[in-house]
Design a protein around this ligand. Structure first.
Ligand code: ATP
Ligand code: MG
Length: 404
């Protein structure tokens, strides 16, 4: 771990603007953690003694957005980069396991660090003062440990989403969860009932897309079963094998969810997605991929049927999911993948739009009209896909006449 953090200029500018106006200001949270770990942060958050209106006054020459003034957050755009600047905050009591009943502003960075979830997320830094690390966050980063700031049981009771954040950080940072934090998480798992599914899904999907989440998913089965109770129908050994199979698939959310939900029928999967208010693209893509499990072969014809049902990218995702679900079958899946690539790259006909005859040809040759045109085209497609007819105008017109 380096002692001086390497911080991009736009973030340093924000710190020095606040500093030169007489306020305390630090980088805090995920960005400090990530830089300490040698990762590139997704965003840079600043915590400051300046009240929101004071922050706005400091940055009057910059573009600002009043993101969450009530909670003390102002967004400042510097060199095109948005920075969230939040006033040191003390969270009031929590009565709903979700949000503080009130927040108040403070002039002490220590207050602000005390409200943060985990030690690794509670380090403040600025180049003049160095680190403010009151909870041993740097040490926990070094030892790869997720540990609550303060008493874990109380912290999970205040905001039970933190339970899933612990799961998510453990998976995405590949850290262990400290014993007391872990047992308090399990003890309070049922409180997840009080959390909105949108917030739950955000943490869940980030966990599922971590590098190797199998172990953590299994460790958090009780928590996951609160919002996906369908998993309780699986024997424990089966559940373990389902969760661990996710590790074998590439970290793409469609592939990972297809692997995770392959143990359910399509109606159940749809219900789960609806309950979790998953976006429609994810729901549709994963269901389409899972539906293709009915194609069991690996030959050219199967490859074409799969390309008929899925886009090329999703057909490759299907192969990826299959090889994670059935690792003993690698050879067959490789063959399928080869045939899918070949069919796609050589532009083989896999859907009606690619047929050498169109609806007008069927109509103009008095073969059929109305809805029957579609039916004939689909039958021609089947002949082409299965290799019983060539995708050529004359031969397809002949075949269509026979179908009539
Ligand atoms: P990521 O890399 O996913 O953005 P992050 O640590 O920046 O990780 P955020 O959700 O962006 O996570 O939150 C920013 C910071 O705010 C956290 O590092 C943590 O200090 C604090 N925080 C966020 N959510 C909570 C919470 N529910 N309870 C306490 N502190 C929280
Ligand atoms: Mg963040």
């Amino acid at each position: 771990m380096t002692d001086k953090l390497i911080i991009p200029n736009f973030a340093l500018t924000a710190l020095s603007v606040l500093g030169s106006n007489g306020y305390k200001a630090y980088l805090v949270g995920g960005c400090v953690r990530d830089v300490l770990m040698g990762r590139i942060p997704g965003d840079y958050d600043i915590t400051t003694s300046a009240a929101p209106d004071e922050t706005l006054a400091c940055f009057k020459d910059f573009k600002t957005v009043e993101t969450g003034i009530k909670h003390g957050t102002v967004t400042v755009i510097i060199e095109g980069n948005p920075l969230e600047i939040t006033t040191f905050r003390i969270d009031g009591d929590y009565s709903d396991n979700r949000r503080p009943d009130s927040v108040s502003f403070s002039s002490s960075v220590a207050d602000d660090l005390a409200r943060r979830d985990f030690t690794v997320n509670a380090i403040a830094y600025n180049p003049d003062e160095g680190y403010v690390d009151l909870y041993g966050g740097k040490e926990d980063i070094k030892n790869q440990i997720i540990r609550c700031v303060g008493e874990a049981d109380k912290r999970f009771n205040e905001d039970s989403l933190r339970i899933l954040r612990a799961m998510r950080f453990a998976a995405s940072l590949d850290f262990k969860i400290e014993e007391k934090t872990l047992s308090a998480a399990h003890k309070n798992a049922c409180l997840l009932e009080n959390i909105s599914v949108e917030r739950i899904y955000t943490e869940f999907i980030k966990t599922v897309c971590a590098k190797s989440p199998g172990k953590i998913l299994y460790e958090f089965k009780k928590e996951i079963e609160v919002f996906i109770p369908e998993f309780t129908n699986l024997e424990d050994e089966m559940l373990r094998s389902v969760f661990y199979s996710v590790d074998r698939a590439e970290a793409d959310r469609f592939v990972r969810l297809a692997v995770l939900f392959a143990c359910f029928d399509s109606e159940t999967v749809r219900k789960i997605f609806e309950r979790l208010k998953t976006d429609k693209l994810t729901e549709k893509t994963v269901c389409q991929i899972l539906n293709c499990r009915k194609f069991t072969g690996s030959d050219r014809i199967t490859a074409r049927w799969i390309l008929n049902a899925l886009s090329y990218e999703n057909a490759l995702r299907f192969c990826e999911a299959q090889s994670a679900l059935d690792p003993k079958n690698t050879e067959q899946i490789l063959e399928l993948k080869f045939n899918i690539e070949k069919a796609y790259l050589s532009n083989e006909c896999v859907n009606v739009g690619q047929l050498a005859v169109g609806g007008n040809d069927i109509l103009n040759n008095n073969i059929a009209s109305g809805v029957k045109i579609g039916k004939i085209l689909n039958e021609l497609l089947e002949l082409v896909i299965t290799g019983q007819a060539e995708n050529k105008f004359d031969s397809l017109l002949e075949a269509a006449k026979k179908l009539k």
